[in-house]
Design a protein around this ligand. Sequence first.
Ligand code: BYC
Ligand code: FE
Ligand code: FE
Length: 470
Amino acid sequence: MAIDYAERIPNNVNLADNRRLQRALESWQPKFQDWWMEMGPEGFQANEIYLRTAVSVDSDGWAHFDFVKMPEYRWGIFLAEPEADRAVNFGQHMGDPAWQEVPGEYRGMLRRIIVTQGDTEPASVEQQRQLGRTSPSLYDLRNLFQVNVEEGRHLWAMVYLLDAHFGRDGREEAEALLMRRSGDADKPRILGAFNEATPDWLSFYMFTYFTDRDGRFQLASLAESGFDPLSRTCRFMLTEEAHHMFVGETGVGRVAQRSCELMNEHDTDDLRPHGGIDLAILQKYINFHFSVSLDLFGGELSTNAANYFTSGLKGRFREIQIDDDHVLSDGTYRVIEPAQNAFTETDAPALTSLNERLRDAYIADCQRGLDRWNKVIAQHDIDFTFALPHRAFHRAIGLFSGLRISPAGEVVTQDEWDRRVDDWLPSDQDRAYVRSLMEPVTSPGLMANWIAAPARGINGQPIEFEYTKL
Ligand code: BYC
Ligand code: FE
Ligand code: FE
């Protein structure tokens, strides 16, 4: 399905045939552009960046690469191809034709899901807006901006749904998405992780590895939705999301690789004198970003999650591949709960434990990247392995929130926590050290000392290609 770039808002939803919707979106567009100039990447709005833009939503060949100034990026509305005769695939409406309009009784719930999803997109752009000034290479700088423009497009994707399907309150929510600000005490973003700072590039790679991966799992669950426009929107967003997680996985991997090279070169694991990042610091960053991202799945036991599922609004990860009744009225799921100074496993109702089930799939997926990073370490003959902390470590949402649990999963006293927290989470000193390494490198092909070069460039270009024209 071709995308119409002659329109003010590029789209493949025949926007020109719906004057009301077109007017609503065209009146939101300048507010988005104002937000982008105010809260988007600081200092690089006039530079030419080698960016990819969607030109069709086909699974192959949807991307086009060219030099673009970010404010001129063609943010648009792209839905994946409709599936013929698609049905609601789970919950109490299973077997009904998928909805093309919002079912009246689920309006409030659906709007809340869309707003929550939409809110994360501009939040991440706000969190990353200072990073351009300290990028380790032109290649990385271009990847940052690619992620940023696509998160901006994800905001468009949700605003389209709000404007197309929720009338006046949809328009109000669309404006509110541009009013909240990451980390602002008075008008914060909705979910915890999106109010944390992303102050350095190590945090950026960790964020794109762990937090964008929550996006992958949430979007995949929403792609199962019985509300077809949401499903189609999320299916296309997932194709963009893959690149964000690539940036995270290869980013952390390249830092680990460089650390190993410096350790072997200088025969020490203290890399501070050599301008590298200790593997122990990387582990602490993993602990932080993993635990903060686990919170994004919500409580272990959640009636919201049960209602989303029963209503047919939000499915499980790869719902239709699961071999069960897709109604879950009498199934159970194993959930780990805190108990007297330890943990117990209980069989909870499958419906209320859907958040935990999605979190389990996420944890398994996170581990795969750690395995690959550990391979890099092993290839350098270094005796160190990264590990994911226990799921109860450093949690702020759900059954474990407020408990003091070590990364290994031991219940500890507040005293012990206070004594050891700097071994488990990045200390002020660690963060200050990482920040001290963040000097921009702006010659094509050169990398900062603390990170290895990528294995290859973008879109078949060499690594020394001038990805960003400064
Ligand atoms: N922070 O029933 P519960 C992405 C609230 S990332 C703050 O246990 P529920 C991206 C919750 O709202 C993907 N509050 O949880 C990545 C509820 O409030 P009320 C984003 C939280 O509702 C990188 C209460 O606690 N997409 O795309 O089942 C860059 C009890 O909640 C948090 C989505 O999240 C938290 N972490 O599940 C760019 C998908 N967690 O009712 C983009 C849509 C929970 O007491 N969202 N609460 O006022 C959802 O499906 C659900 O809202 C959640 C929460 C899974 C997030
Ligand atoms: Fe996104
Ligand atoms: Fe993303």
